[in-house]
Ligand binder design. Structure first.
Ligand SMILES: Cc1ncc(C[n+]2csc(CCOP(=O)(O)OP(=O)(O)O)c2C)c(N)n1
Length: 579
């Protein structure tokens, strides 16, 4: 046993320095009030990197039985809070120190904003008594965070600490969910106030349900549209998972016989072999459908800002956020509401009149299936390629075959993850995680951390680009320290290939290798050095056995697969992310 014996975690329920003094009013500090509010919200873990400004929150967490996962970079803490929210349906929480601790977390908060993920970032601040005097790590955090959060505030007095934490959580759920930020000055956090002076919101007693079923007239109209459409299709976006609307979505597509595409966290809503599950025929469907129903995803770059949808189609958009509906593209019908309630209301509203609609769709479903199969067959030789260096299609094919219904898949990278977006299909709902529309590299390790912590019974599998892994890879050590095993795969091309491709196209081969280089790093050795499992793979036939051994190892692992740097994904070659 080495040094780690010194860092045995403190278990919950140890006697607190705040124990009752007989007859005296009980005092409570700001940090302990924060922990009580976290507890009330159902938060059972915080992700954090320590600093003198925030340690009282840790002490409160010890009392409340809230786990503390201490990481090596605040960006990781914030991404992990985002990931925890996605996996559990509860808000995530990251706690970071003032100044650089908070600025380091900015990327994670920004990612959560674009991904509509509810999380609270708590940042330290210099003492109020030293306001604007130039105290250590002082910065205008609230102003900095305002544009990338739904709520950004400072806690002005100790007795308000729990109350404002609950307010910040409430704000996370206004419209489509997103992040909140709270700054707590050091003296406010550390001071003790009489317990009876503080409002400590009771669990379940300070937030209303956000589940709205949509305008009943609009539901009727959509029911009518679906029943009469000949060539409908539906896109099930991330909010289908956010709203835990899987069952309602499945009932909708089956009852009404509507072919479905999925994106973002909506992937996995239907199992890959489901007759209504489609993926590769999306462009064709959007061009040829007469009714397109977009559920819980904005018309952003992933949707070509709505331009990829036929102008002849009737377009319906359902979203949690009123501001998203009709943005960038006209819609024929907009419905604001919870994806699950809206879809099940529409299914109900069609009852007794679905038969005709369903029967007339056989030809449409067959037409789409033919397009889907053709695209699949065309790609298959690449997926089975024995080429050396390894074709990235072969790698992502092997990963897809390796996944079970219990594998939660995470993608973190550029070109290599673009390949996987085409080929890897999660087998169950909520088993796909990507950064979302901010496209942030470095979410992989923190998402693994959150997913494996929250769902220890699941197998977590993460594909990294070597560039992406390098951003937050040191927290592999945190995965080892907290015993959070996963199967990690690096698609190593010693390059930031997605960017390199564009440079070569624009400036020519001779100038294509500027600013995008990475060393030939044997990441398996890095994994082993930190106490994990690792293997190097150069032959395609060795991919699957190496993945199996990583699975068996029961450790955090990195299988470093050397892929061909001269092969690019179609999405990269078409530069679709910029269009
Ligand atoms: C934090 C962050 N920095 C930079 C980028 C821009 N970017 C997009 S793809 C990419 C290359 C990623 O390289 P790697 O992870 O090795 O994957 P590859 O493209 O080589 O498969 C970069 C730098 C980004 N999306 N996020």
């Amino acid at each position: 046993m080495g040094q780690t014996a010194k860092t045995e975690p403190v278990s919950a329920g140890q006697p607190s320095a705040l124990a009752d003094a007989d007859g005296e009013p009980q005092l409570i500090s700001g940090g302990h009030l924060v922990a009580k509010a976290l507890k009330a919200e159902g938060v059972d873990v915080i992700f954090t990197l320590c600093g003198g400004h925030i340690i009282d929150i840790y002490d409160g967490c010890v009392d409340e039985g809230i786990d503390v996962i201490d990481v090596r970079h605040e960006q990781v803490a914030a991404h992990a809070a985002d990931g925890y929210a996605r996996v559990t349906g509860k808000p995530g929480c990251a706690v970071v120190t003032a100044g650089p601790g908070t600025t380091d977390a900015v990327t994670g908060v920004a990612n959560a904003l674009r991904a509509e993920s509810p999380m609270l970032l708590i940042g330290g601040q210099g003492a109020l008594s030293q306001h604007k005097m130039g105290s250590l790590q002082d910065l205008p955090h609230v102003d900095m965070m305002a544009p990338i959060t739904k709520f950004s505030a400072s806690v002005p007095a100790t007795e308000r600490a729990a109350d404002i934490v609950s307010m910040a959580f409430r704000e996370c759920y206004h419209g489509a969910p997103g992040p909140s930020f709270l700054e707590i000055p050091r003296d406010v956090l550390d001071a003790k106030v009489p317990l009876e002076k503080a409002r400590i919101p009771r669990a379940g007693a300070y937030r209303a349900s956000t589940r709205s079923a949509g305008d009943p007239e609009a539901i009727e109209r959509l029911a009518d549209l679906v029943v009469h459409a000949e060539k409908p299709c539906v896109l099930l976006g991330s909010q289908v998972w956010t709203c835990r609307a899987t069952d309602a979505a499945i009932e909708f597509v089956r009852t009404l016989n509507v072919p479905a595409f999925m994106n973002g966290s909506g992937r996995g809503t239907l199992a890959p072999k489901d007759p209504h599950h489609l993926q590769l025929a999306r462009r064709y469907a959007f061009q040829n459908a007469d009714l397109i129903i977009i559920v819980g995803t904005p018309f952003d770059f992933r949707m070509g800002y709505g331009k990829r949808l036929s102008t002849d189609a009737t377009v319906v958009q359902i979203d949690l956020d009123y501001r998203t509906v009709g943005k960038n593209r006209d819609v024929d019908l907009g419905i604001v509401g919870d994806a699950g309630l809206v879809l099940s209301s529409v299914t109900q509203a069609t009852s007794g009149r679905v038969d005709n609609g369903a029967v007339s769709r056989k030809a449409w479903l067959e037409e789409l299936r033919a397009v889907e199969n053709q695209a699949y067959e065309k790609r298959l030789p690449r997926q089975h390629s024995d080429a050396n260096p390894i074709d990235p299609y072969r790698l992502v094919h092997e990963i897809n075959e390796f996944l079970t219904p219990d594998s939660l898949y995470i993608g973190d990278g550029g070109d290599i993850v673009t390949f996987s977006g085409q080929v890897v299909q999660p087998k169950s709902p909520g088993h796909w995680m990507d950064p979302g529309p901010l496209g942030t590299l470095g979410v992989g390790v923190p998402f693994v951390m959150a997913a494996k912590y929250a769902r220890p019974e699941k197998e977590v599998v993460c594909l990294f680009g070597d560039g992406a892994f390098s951003l937050t890879g040191w927290d592999f050590e945190t995965l080892v320290r907290f015993n959070l095993p996963f199967v990690g795969i690096i698609g190593n091309n010693s390059s930031m290939n997605q960017i390199r491709y564009g440079q070569i196209q624009k400036y020519g081969e001779g100038r294509g290798r500027v600013g995008n280089t990475l060393g030939d790093v044997p990441y398996s050795e890095f994994a082993k050095m930190l106490g994990g499992y690792g293997e190097e793979v150069r032959d395609p036939a060795d991919i699957r056995p190496a993945l199996e051994r990583a699975r068996e190892s029961g450790k955090p692992s990195l299988i470093n697969v050397w892929v061909d740097p001269e092969v690019y994904a179609p999405g990269t070659m078409n530069q679709t992310m910029y269009k």
